[in-house]
Design a protein around this ligand. Structure first.
Ligand SMILES: O=P(O)(O)OC[C@H]1O[C@H](OP(=O)(O)OP(=O)(O)O)[C@H](O)[C@@H]1O
Ligand SMILES: O=c1cc[nH]c(=O)[nH]1
Ligand SMILES: [Mg+2]
Length: 211
């Protein structure tokens, strides 16, 4: 597994406002959207392309286009949904699948309540969207599901990660073609499984629920 931490002042600036407890839901959603587009630029560095012949107003030349089949983008509901538009802004022709997953507040174990992804992902590049990589349980389960369907190149885009979650992914997904792109790796998890300093519950902050 590879991890890429986006080292850019605009990423750090937007993330800092996202962390601030005074940031309201509309602003949180807008910043998450902007941040995803910046992270997606890094995450798609290895998106598969093929040469294509084109003719400019001046001459014939060779360009590139995305290969078929197009990449699959999978937001993990609920909070990952707030990252979808920022991602498809860069990859408008991507196919979109959905995974609904929730982490039990006491056991911190994830469970899946909705699956709407193609059955055969052989040879597909997949981008998974989930703002928080905390214990890593959710992303490991999601990525194992994608790999069991044949995905051969998975990139997870997370706004924030914890060292514990990165460690679990390295242990559980070693030898698999997985990359994590994130804006920051924070200090640790607290006893409730929240990232410290973190930004709180991403889904609640995004959708204005009390928690
Ligand atoms: O790395 P983990 O310890 O598994 O935790 C991360 C998960 O927790 C949050 O989802 P949550 O269960 O709060 O669901 P929600 O998106 O519906 O709020 C977050 O969006 C991740 O999916
Ligand atoms: O800090 C955390 C950990 C898991 N899920 C969140 O939304 N926030
Ligand atoms: Mg939540």
């Amino acid at each position: 597994m590879r991890i890429h931490v986006a080292d850019h002042p605009l990423v750090a600036h937007k993330l800092s406002t996202l962390r601030d407890e005074r940031t309201d839901s509309p602003t949180f959603r807008r910043l998450a959207d902007e941040l995803v587009t910046l992270l997606a630029y890094e995450a798609t560095r290895d998106v598969r392309t093929e040469p294509v012949d084109i003719t400019t107003p001046v001459t014939a030349t060779t360009g590139v286009r995305l290969t078929h089949p197009r990449p699959l983008v999978v937001p993990i509901l609920r909070a990952g949904l707030g990252m979808l538009e920022g991602m498809t802004r860069l990859l408008p022709t991507a196919e979109v699948g959905f995974l609904g997953m929730i982490r039990d507040e006491d056991t911190l174990q994830p469970s899946t309540y909705a699956t709407r992804i193609p059955g055969d992902l052989s040879g597909r590049q997949v981008y998974v969207l989930d703002p928080m990589l905390a214990t890593g349980g959710t992303l490991v389960a999601a990525i194992n599901e994608l790999i069991s369907r044949g995905a051969d190149d998975v990139t997870a885009i997370c706004l924030l990660a914890a060292p514990e979650g990165v460690g679990l992914m390295e242990r559980e997904l070693s030898g698999t073609p997985v990359t994590v792109v994130t804006a920051a790796v924070d200090e640790r998890l607290n006893e409730a499984g929240f990232i410290v300093p973190g930004l709180g519950d991403a889904g609640d902050r995004m959708y204005g629920t009390a928690g």
